[in-house]
Ligand binder design. Structure first.
Ligand code: HEC
Length: 239
């Protein structure tokens, strides 16, 4: 009986504490305010354990075929590079602004093929990592995993070559911005903006970013869209 009473009291106090934490807004929601090291560790451990439990059932096919890697490269350059970067590429607005930060997969090896497959397919809640399985079937995801295994051994030039030789953004349907020829930096839509336009038509042109180098939207009407649009290794815009 005494035990039951103490359990109830402890439970009640815990509930009150949790309500207080929420009511007083104790947990900072901003992505520019890191968790304490201990809280981060706790969340990371819980996340990794939850992924490991589920990735355990994933059956890994043969990986490492050159064709797989080539196909994976085009999709990576279209869908992932802004967050996870590429050999020789500097950080982007997304990679630097997200919290938790996306790992730089051009230098950091994936934990395991099954872990990477699970994360790419299902995404990670409350982080920037989307669930790509909603638009990509499993074989395309495995191409991506094969590519991720190979990328840390590539330099900027071999990465660029591989992306150029790939089929671009192509995974059999569901692509939101098809780039059939591998112009993965997003040349198409930038070109469309430049075509009939003054800088004001460009989102970034309508407000002042100081040192922000979006002048090319205005300049691009005469010259071909700036070089970096043709460079699959470059972030979509440079500043
Ligand atoms: C909008 C940003 C964003 C995009 C786009 C994105 N990711 Fe992620 N990704 C993240 C973030 C953030 C994490 C880390 C989440 C965390 O730490 O909880 C992550 C984690 C991962 C991981 C796990 C890494 C590890 O070792 O724990 C893999 C693998 C991965 N992403 C692959 C991809 C692939 C492949 C694509 C493209 C199909 C992609 N991501 C697109 C943001 C992104």
């Amino acid at each position: 009986m005494n035990f039951l009473k103490s359990a109830l009291v402890i439970g009640g106090v815990g509930l009150l504490g949790a309500t207080g934490v929420i009511y007083f807004g104790v947990v900072h929601p901003g992505a520019d305010e890191p968790h304490s090291a201990a809280v981060y560790r706790l969340i990371e451990t819980a996340r990794e354990r939850a992924i490991a439990v589920r990735a355990d059932d994933v059956v890994v096919p043969a990986l490492g075929d050159a064709e797989q890697i080539r196909r994976g490269a085009g999709n990576y350059a279209s869908m992932c590079v802004a967050c996870h970067l590429a050999p020789g590429a500097a950080g982007t607005e997304l990679s630097q602004g997200l919290y938790p930060a996306p790992p730089n997969l051009s230098t950091q090896a994936i934990r395991s093929p099954e872990h990477a497959f699970w994360v790419i397919k299902h995404g990670i809640k409350a982080s920037g990592m989307p669930a790509w399985g909603k638009s990509m079937d499993d074989p395309y995801i495995w191409d991506m995993v094969a590519f991720l295994q190979a990328m840390p051994t590539m330099d900027a030039a071999s990465y660029r070559e591989l992306v150029a030789s790939s089929d671009g953004h192509s995974h059999g349907g569901g692509e939101s911005m098809p780039h059939p020829n591998g112009s993965a930096g997003g040349g198409d839509h930038h070109g469309a903006v430049a075509e009939g336009s003054s800088a004001a038509a460009h989102d970034h042109g309508s407000h002042d970013h100081g040192a922000h180098d979006h002048g090319d939207a205005a300049a691009a009407t005469e010259a071909a869209p700036a070089d970096h649009h043709d460079d699959p290794n470059a972030p979509p815009h440079a500043h």
